[in-house]
Design a binder for this molecule. Structure first.
Ligand SMILES: [Zn+2]
Length: 267
């Protein structure tokens, strides 16, 4: 039914926007090393934010991007991350029906483990750090759900799923660890290894190598574009997480198609 489908899409979008809003809180408070729980306050006047001003995206539009108490500008990170969450939730709902018995679990898996990357993304872009314990903990949860059969790695037997997840995590970990060693931590850091392991846990094999390939393709195109347009300069250090995260999303959305295409083209 079309109406049920649209309700599913709205549900996914709203949930995604809320998870985006929560990601803003995680990023800011993880960086400030304060608790993730408790009411949000304005960073400049410290006044608690009213509940009706906490609605993702709409509140920012309604307040025209300024605090209702002191009038200070609200960082553009807040609405952008909420919007990104909304889009991720909407895409997850379009790809899998949230209320279906068969594709429901995949919807929740995709929604949670894609929006979970918004906080690390913000931290890498703003402060060039990645939350290692956060990524490590979520990797274990993603790996377990995948092995049980409710994640991205589906349609195979238990042992195949287990092998797929272990291979994905190990390959990503070693691949990035090698680059950290080779560049002596100048190009990639320890956090990138954990981001790689997370991607391996979420995608498994063979989507993991496809995601790395896509990440380099996307990152490389942005770097070349930036150099040509003059907004980047030789030797500029770019945050690597946005490329990796884009690669993971791309692999999740078009990876299976790409994989089938490679197989048929080669055989
Ligand atoms: Zn304020």
């Amino acid at each position: 039914m079309f109406v049920e489908q649209v309700i599913g899409w709205i549900f996914g979008a709203c949930l995604g926007a809320c998870l985006g809003s929560f990601s803003n809180v995680i990023a800011i408070r993880w960086h400030a090393e304060s608790t993730v729980f408790g009411r949000s306050a304005c960073p400049s006047c410290k006044r608690q934010i009213k509940a009706r001003h906490l609605v993702p995206i709409f509140s920012w539009l309604y307040l025209r991007g300024h605090c209702s108490n002191c009038g200070k500008k609200i960082h553009v990170q807040y609405p952008l991350v909420e919007l990104a969450g909304l889009l991720l939730g909407l895409i997850a709902a379009i790809r899998h029906e949230p209320f279906s018995m068969y594709t429901g679990p995949q919807f929740w898996f995709e929604l949670i483990f894609s929006t979970a990357l918004l906080a690390p993304l913000v931290m890498d872009i703003r402060w060039k750090v990645l939350p290692v314990e956060y990524l490590g903990g979520l990797s274990i949860i993603a790996a377990i759900i995948n092995v049980i059969g409710f994640g991205v790695v589906t349609g195979f037997g238990f042992q195949t799923r287990l092998a797929s997840v272990i291979l994905g995590m190990a390959f990503a970990g070693l691949f990035f660890a090698f680059q950290v060693l080779a560049s002596r931590g100048n190009w990639l850091g320890i956090g990138d290894i954990w981001l790689g392991v997370y991607m391996g846990a979420v995608l498994g094999w063979p989507l993991l190598p496809i995601s790395i390939y896509l990440a380099y393709l996307i990152g490389g195109s942005v770097a070349i574009g930036g150099l040509l347009l003059g907004s980047l300069h030789r030797g500029d250090r770019l945050p690597f997480a946005p490329a990796l995260v884009s690669g993971m999303f791309a692999a999740m959305w078009i990876g299976p198609l790409l994989y089938d295409w490679i197989l048929t083209a080669w055989t």
